[in-house]
Design a protein. Structure first.
Length: 81
């Protein structure tokens, strides 16, 4: 679902063999939502008061890592909020 991660893990980049890949400029709820989307193809940001903040952060992360559909789903979630 991400051209960025596909290139990172399938090319001869050093991250392919790394035990850990740093993902700066994010927090745990946003990163968790990104991983959940990559695994399930569904946006999962919760319903709480924090959902709009996670959606906004996730939209930025999706843009950074070239996950266009997730970026659009986050924009829709923000419009509803």
């Amino acid at each position: 679902r991400s051209d960025y991660f596909r290139a990172m893990f399938s090319a001869s980049m050093c991250e392919r063999e790394a035990a850990m890949i740093p993902v700066p400029d994010t927090d745990l709820p946003t990163f968790t939502a990104l991983i959940c989307y990559l695994l399930t193809d569904r946006l999962q940001i919760g319903d709480g008061n924090d959902a709009w903040r996670v959606a906004a952060s996730l939209m930025q992360l999706a843009h950074k890592y070239q996950v266009r559909r997730l970026e659009l789903l986050c924009a829709k979630a923000l419009q509803r909020a």
